[in-house]
Design a protein around this ligand. Structure first.
Ligand SMILES: [Zn+2]
Ligand SMILES: [Zn+2]
Length: 148
């Protein structure tokens, strides 16, 4: 998709205590939700993330702790205040920024929900999104990994 290649304006963000600040460039002007059990436990609810085009410019990176939550996933958080900052999957060339850590998330569309088969029945988002099950999502990332 040629439109995905267009450079997006950078967005600033920070953790709750301000020890970590960053500027990130969204890969596209949208954000996604993950309903998997690990994200819900980590984030206190579904994780809302914005895919970064390139790793963010970070100030205060030494304050970031990284928790390896699976064979391919890692979660970055501020060791002072606990703010959930980033979710990364280096094997899939994926780096996501928590939408809640952005200073201004306006203009980002809610586009994709993944692991919808793991979502508890106790909530639903009303937005009109693309909804992928765990199997559909893994098929999609396996497909994109093979493109390289
Ligand atoms: Zn902090
Ligand atoms: Zn997840």
């Amino acid at each position: 998709m040629a439109s995905a290649m267009a450079r997006q304006p950078k967005r600033s963000g920070r953790c709750l205590c301000g020890a970590v600040t960053f500027d990130m460039e969204p890969a596209e002007q949208h954000f996604d939700a993950c309903h998997c059990g690990m994200c819900r436990r980590w984030a206190g609810g579904p994780a809302l993330t914005v895919k970064a085009a390139v790793p963010p410019d970070i100030t205060g990176a030494t304050e970031i702790a990284v928790y390896k939550s699976s064979d391919w996933g890692e979660r970055h958080f501020c060791r002072k205040c606990g703010t959930h900052l980033f979710v990364a999957a280096p094997a899939f060339d994926y780096f996501g920024v928590s939408m809640g850590a952005l200073d201004d998330p306006s203009g980002l569309d809610f586009k994709l929900e993944i692991f919808v088969d793991c979502k508890p029945s106790s909530y639903d988002f009303a937005n009109d999104t693309t909804r992928l099950t765990e199997a559909q999502f893994l098929e999609m990332v396996a497909g994109s990994a093979q493109k390289d």
